[in-house]
Design a protein around this ligand. Sequence first.
Ligand SMILES: NC(=O)c1ccc[n+]([C@@H]2O[C@H](COP(=O)([O-])OP(=O)(O)OC[C@H]3O[C@@H](n4cnc5c(N)ncnc54)[C@H](O)[C@@H]3O)[C@@H](O)[C@H]2O)c1
Ligand SMILES: [Zn+2]
Length: 362
Amino acid sequence: MRRLKVKSRDFDYQVVAGRAAWSAFQRFPYRSYSSIFILTERSLWRRWGANFLKASRLIAPQEIFVPSGENSKSIRMAEQVAATLLKKGADRRSLLIAFGGGVVGDLGGFVASTYMRGIDYIQVPTTVVAQVDSAIGGKTAVNVGEMKNLIGTFAPPRLVLADPVVLKSLPPRAFLSGFYEVAKHAVISGPNLFSLMEESAGRLRPGLNGALDDLLARAAQVKVDIVNHDEHEADLRRLLNLGHTFGHALEEATGYNRFLHGEAVGWGLLCAAQLGVILKMLNAKEEERISALVRRIGPLPSIRDLSPAKIRKLFPRDKKAVAGQIHWVVPEKIGKVRIVRDVPMDAAVEALRIVQESEAHD
Ligand SMILES: NC(=O)c1ccc[n+]([C@@H]2O[C@H](COP(=O)([O-])OP(=O)(O)OC[C@H]3O[C@@H](n4cnc5c(N)ncnc54)[C@H](O)[C@@H]3O)[C@@H](O)[C@H]2O)c1
Ligand SMILES: [Zn+2]
């Protein structure tokens, strides 16, 4: 179990990552709150609630359930959760625990940071993505229509409890898809985490072992380090967008129903590595190593049939595009990625085309 410290503007908090992380709740001053609420999904809580209560020694928190899926990240749902909190008697000294993946985490953080102008909350992430990324850093949000994360706040949690035991119940595909984000962290962070990821990449399964716990904790550390340098998203935090400009375009081009998000990021990493080569920023050897790692994680749904011309039009709609610009995140080597703002559109399309062709040869 590791305790990672996050420095935030108003207070510091811990990310506890590893087996038995939930028991760290016992040392949290939860008795100082007037009431405690758990925001979660019903089936997830049915599977893991008793374990969490046992480990945390939390007694009879009040439960609030939201349906599973991205649709729950909406203003309407935030309003419903706030109304339920009110009905159940939550006041300004109540504590909210967001127990779930990135959806519950983003929604819960958003509600907590706005309910009565803000109450404390804790993240208990239950997916790979949430454990290494979304639960850390205090970005909260809901979607508006097609626009993901349009309305949100910066509101750090008081504590993050990331116990990998909970990942056991993830469907294998969802489990694997989170590791494309771990691979992304590895490319950003450097040879140590990258090698560790290489060792595990071919044998990732729900319910695994100590090596996996270590990998996840170190991937969480990458996010913690970035947040500690740059809580409010300047360029450093933008590096986490590696693979996402391509990835988002692929998701959008397929109506969000072909790829899990992480899988789109997997393709995005392959494209970003090719882009690095095209721009003469990344040498072929490093590109091969990155690509081999991504491909070892698992099979990705095909992109062969997608029209590069169509995807090209979808790039600028990336929400990280400021004033129409796209911030391409391009690897220079394992452990060094850079933001490039003036990438010729043809180069990006070419990168995609090369990756599409390499799939045909698989
Ligand atoms: N705030 C941030 O900094 C940040 C960063 C990255 C992603 N995000 C957001 O995170 C969200 C994606 O997160 P996600 O991938 O965790 O999606 P998710 O929360 O929708 O979870 C994925 C699926 O897994 C199920 N699930 C969750 N935990 C489970 C478990 N332990 N066992 C079995 N099933 C389980 C959920 O019901 C859901 O169907 C997106 O909305 C994205 O915008 C936020
Ligand atoms: Zn992502």
